[in-house]
Each structure stands twice: as structure tokens, then as C-alpha cells.
Design a protein. Structure first.
Lengths: 77, 212
């Protein structure tokens, strides 16, 4: 698993936010479009793309995209 | 007067026969000549239908023939329609009088738009698209060629469907979502994320059915 690909997959769950906003150190909750529905879509994306089940708590405890990436990566091992 | 020929005399063929006799073109623009089906006894035991004339493969196109393809499966619909297209056959679209096609919305040839379908404003529907009863297609949506939209499905505004997409009964596609070429959305699925081409999604929220 690679961080840039994870950031891209993360960004694709947003409809209205410009792709350039999304970086590894982006604090995703501060993005205006962020919502509980997008949180659900992130969980579903991680399951689909990485075959890893994360919980709402994993998202809650992450502040940047990279934080979540590290949680997913840890679950892969 | 044109002679309308329906491809497929099975269950869906009989359904589309009823659509054809309900449209305002019936007996004014076309009469119904019969069905094409390789199962010549497909209508045995069913009263009141025009005959099965020949198989799609064997039929020789006559002057004033026009066609619709009454096959529910996207791949079969494409296969048999293309046999007739390759012989130079002309397809028409059938729009039930109770279907609502709103302002600036357009559809191509060979479409079947059934009763109480609601096509909202500024929608673009391609060729050979099947729109079943009680469907809702949201404003500014784009529906590719050969798609099949089953009964009670809903597309939100600005949804984009690629070619050869099947949306099964009662599925919901959220606004702005894209469903890629050849994808299938299962019955009752709630699509919250884009669907990749040639995949099948199911459930709420809709998840990809994995093949491994």
C-alpha cells in the first residue's frame, strides 16, 4: 500500500472539493465538504480497495489522511 | 405505415408488445407485424399475440420494417439488436403516454420507456436504453447506450451511467455518482460511491461483490 494512492482513493470520495486540496498531511475534518456520509464512504472504500475493515473510531482518532493510512497499514500486518 | 417487429417473444417480449399497443404511434405510425425468436413455439399457450415470424438470424428485412428489442439482459439486447442493425434494420423508440420526459431531456433510438417512468429535466439518454415502469431519472443525468433501468430504481441529479450499465429493481444512485461501463447495481442497493466499470455492487451502502 502506498500513501499517494491512498490519498487519491480518499479524495475520490468527495464530489465538490478540488483534488489539489488532498495531501498526506491534510486535516480532512476541516474540509468544508466533510460529512458523516463521506466518513461512511471512506470505510467502504478501505474495505473495497484494501480488504481491511476500519471503524468510525479509527476515523475519529485520525486527524490527517496519513494518520488513517497508518491505521489501515497496521491492520494489514 | 411501418411494420413494427419485436425481437424476443418471451416474457419481456409480451410486456413490450403491450407497451407498443399503448403508445400513440400504434395504428397511426405502425402496426405490429410479429416477433423474432428462435423458439418458434414461444407464444404457444398465450392468446392474442401476433406470430413469431422467424429467428433474428434468419429474418430478411422488408421495406417499412422497424424494430424494437424486447430482451431484458443488456448483453443479449446488444447482441440481437446488432444482428438487425448489421442487416440495415431501423430501430424506433417506444414511449408510454404516461411516461414523463421533462424539458430538454433527450433519448436516442431503440429506447423503451415504460409507463409512469419519470425522466427529469435536462437528461441525456443514449440509444437502446430500457427504462422500466416507475423509475425516476434525476435532472442532468446522463445514461449511456444499452443501459437497463429496472422498476422503481432512482437516479439522483447529475448521475452518470456509462454504456451497458444495469441498475436492478429498487436501487438508488446518489446524486453526482458515476457508474462505469458494464457495471451492475444489485436490487435495492444504495450507491453512495462511484462504481467502477465491469463491477457489481450490492447492499446499503453498496459494496463491490468480490470475485475471489
Amino acid at each position: 500500500m502506498e500513501i499517494n494512492e491512498f490519498v487519491k482513493n480518499f479524495a475520490e470520495q468527495f464530489d465538490d472539493t478540488d483534488m489539489s486540496v488532498f495531501k498526506a498531511d491534510t486535516a480532512f475534518r476541516s474540509i468544508e465538504e466533510w460529512s458523516s456520509l463521506i466518513a461512511l464512504n471512506i470505510i467502504s472504500m478501505v474495505d473495497d480497495e484494501y480488504n481491511i475493515q476500519i471503524k468510525a473510531d479509527d476515523i475519529r482518532s485520525s486527524s490527517t489522511i496519513e494518520d488513517l493510512f497508518n491505521i489501515v497499514k497496521a491492520k494489514m500486518q | 405505415m411501418k411494420n413494427l417487429i419485436l425481437i424476443g417473444a418471451r416474457g419481456y417480449g409480451r410486456v413490450i408488445y403491450n407497451l407498443a399497443i399503448s403508445c400513440k404511434g400504434y395504428n397511426t405510425e405502425y402496426i405490429i407485424k410479429g416477433f423474432l425468436d428462435d423458439k418458434r413455439d414461444a407464444l404457444d399457450g398465450f392468446a392474442g399475440y401476433p406470430p413469431v415470424i422467424a429467428s433474428v438470424e434468419d429474418y430478411q428485412i422488408q421495406q417499412d420494417d422497424v424494430f424494437v428489442c424486447a430482451l431484458g439482459d443488456v448483453a443479449e439486447k446488444k447482441k440481437y439488436s446488432e444482428i438487425i442493425l448489421n442487416k440495415g434494420g431501423e430501430f424506433i423508440s417506444l414511449i408510454h403516454p404516461t411516461a414523463n420526459v421533462s424539458s430538454n431531456s433527450v433519448y436516442g433510438k431503440g429506447c423503451l420507456i415504460s409507463f409512469n417512468a419519470f425522466i427529469s429535466a435536462d437528461v441525456t439518454i443514449g440509444d437502446f436504453v430500457t427504462v422500466q415502469p416507475f423509475t425516476m431519472v434525476g435532472h442532468n443525468s446522463v445514461v449511456g447506450n444499452w443501459c437497463h433501468l429496472d422498476t422503481h430504481m432512482f437516479l439522483g441529479g447529475y448521475v452518470q451511467l456509462g454504456n451497458e450499465v444495469t441498475i436492478h429493481t429498487g436501487a438508488i444512485v446518489h446524486p453526482h455518482k458515476k457508474v462505469g461501463y458494464g457495471a451492475t447495481v444489485g436490487a435495492g442497493a444504495v450507491v453512495l460511491r462511484n462504481v467502477k466499470e465491469n463491477t457489481t455492487v450490492f447492499g446499503n451502502p453498496a459494496m463491490r461483490l468480490k470475485t475471489e
